[in-house]
Design a binder for this molecule. Structure first.
Ligand SMILES: CN(C)c1ccc(C(=O)NC[C@H]2N[C@H](CO)[C@@H](O)[C@@H]2O)cc1
Length: 472
């Protein structure tokens, strides 16, 4: 983990504390989200999965280092049903206005590996630090193509002890200022980005596994920050991209992210509401990230930093629920993660799973890559994350959820919902705690699929239903 200078850490904590206290003081946040992603039967989906994968940032073909066997392993071990799949603009549009169909076909092949196993896929146009061409060795940033990278000869450090400091290098700042047209010299770049998304949406609009598009990973405003950025150039990019996507795809969900700085730590976002030009109900959702500042500063989820982390998670939860209420859409927690070998780490993951269950958010852990943050080490051996992420959850719910709660002590999962006749509720049960499947109360009938480890419970088609599942 990173350990920046104490002064910087203290300043960051002070900023977060001030902003967070202001957020907490409002106290008007909703308890849960009000909209959900549903399957083609209208059942509400609980999206539970990984970011796959950070390796796509640096591979020459911009594809994650992933095999179909890896997807099978993930399902068998943790029963996930969702993936935030990383893509790169550099691969979609290798030269201005030219879209690489072969790359999109290779992405589609990998989407097919997930589709065969009942997964839902959100495509993420991923960037960090702008793009691979901010340094001559191409190893610092990722995302944007070389032809869209304009540093104007300004310096970018050869090395930074904490990678995010590259965002402040003059060359990187200038690349972003050109993209957002803050410089007034490159009005074309945002339209290229929006049209690249149209090409992606045109390719995946009929793919049944793809539920939606995450428009930009962790946007950075360069010289324009905070509400001025989120209400200014960022909102403009989102509006143009929504229009381009909807010109070819009327039905997939479109997810927008607030700026990363501050909001990842629990501060409020100024992101405005976005209209959806599609006929019928709008399908614009939010895909924020959360990385509590104490952990970002190298502390562990123990003692005082655990208390401080819990406080900031409370701010994050309230602020994102307020943002979701403004947008009127679902929320997928697009990223959360940490070094799972650190003290308290798996308890933080458990806390995040509990919280997203409580408020009705989907979640994608960062990330699926091998290493101490991920579920497997470099040799494919499972780490401490696997048993925590192999959590009972209702993959698909036959109504609007009111409560999803798993009690690890009693191994009892409670799913309460307003039934709407959309179909039976499907519940994943991990082998560790449910070796012989589960016993369910509150259902009219149920069945157990031992191969996929899914309990299917049929209830009345209306009224409040409460399913309680315990080990057989
Ligand atoms: C200064 N800025 C703009 C900044 C700082 C820190 C992060 C970050 O830690 N992000 C958390 C994780 N997200 C990316 C992938 O999306 C990972 O590489 C980070 O660990 C992002 C942006």
């Amino acid at each position: 983990m990173r350990r920046p200078r104490l002064a910087a850490a203290g300043l960051a904590l002070a900023v977060v504390a001030a902003g967070g206290l202001a957020s907490a003081a409002r106290g008007d946040a909703p308890e849960r989200v009000s909209r959900y992603v549903t399957d083609d039967r209208g059942r509400v989906l609980t999206l539970h999965g990984f970011n796959t994968a950070s390796s796509a940032k640096s591979t020459p073909d911009a594809l994650p280092e992933l095999t179909e066997a890896d997807v099978e392993t993930e399902y068998r071990a943790m029963g996930t049903n969702f993936v935030r799949f990383l893509m790169q603009w550099r691969a979609v549009e290798p030269s201005p206005g030219v879209y690489d169909t072969k790359y999109l076909e290779k992405v589609a092949e990998r989407v097919g590996w997930y589709a065969k196993r009942g997964y839902h896929v959100m495509l993420d146009m991923h960037q960090d630090l702008w793009g691979n061409r901010i340094t001559p060795d191409g190893r610092a940033g990722n995302g944007a193509p070389g032809w869209a990278t304009h540093l104007d000869g300004l310096p970018v450090a050869g090395e930074h002890d904490t990678w995010e400091l590259y965002y402040l290098d003059p060359g990187v700042m200038r690349a972003f200022d050109h993209f957002w047209n803050t410089t007034g010299e490159h009005p074309e770049l945002m339209d290229h980005y929006a049209r690249a998304w149209r090409a992606v949406a045109d390719h995946f609009k009929d793919d049944p596994a793809v539920i939606g598009y995450d428009l930009m990973n962790e946007p950075w405003g360069g010289s324009v920050q905070g509400a001025a950025f989120e209400n200014g150039p960022l909102a403009e990019l989102y509006r143009r991209t929504i229009a381009q996507i909807r010109s070819v795809d009327q039905d997939n969900w479109i997810f927008v992210e607030p700026q990363a700085v501050g909001v990842n730590w629990g501060l409020p976002s100024g992101l405005p509401r976005f209209d959806d030009p599609r006929a019928g109900e709008p399908r614009i959702g939010l895909a924020p990230h959360v990385y509590p500042l104490p952990l970002d500063l190298g502390e562990d989820y123990v003692g005082a930093s655990r208390e401080w982390t819990d406080t900031t998670l409370g701010w994050w939860r309230s602020n994102m629920l307020r943002l979701a209420e403004r947008q009127g859409g679902p929320v997928i927690l697009g990223e959360f993660g940490l070094d799972t070998t650190r003290p308290g780490a798996t308890e933080l993951v458990e806390r995040m799973l509990e919280m997203t269950d409580e408020v009705g958010m989907g979640r994608a852990y960062w990330s699926r890559d091998p290493g101490p943050w991920g579920p497997y080490d470099g040799e494919g051996r499972p780490g401490p994350l696997v048993p925590v992420y192999a959590r009972p959850y209702p993959r698909a719910i036959g109504g609007v959820p009111r409560q999803i709660a798993y009690d690890r002590a009693t191994h009892a999962l409670t799913v309460r919902f307003d039934a709407n006749g959309s179909g039976p509720t499907e519940i994943y049960l991990p082998a560790d705690e449910f070796p012989r499947g589960g016993r369910v109360t509150g259902a009219l009938s149920s069945s157990w699929d031992p191969d996929r480890r899914i309990l299917t419970a049929t209830t009345a088609a209306s009224g409040v239903q409460t399913l309680t599942v315990t080990p057989s």
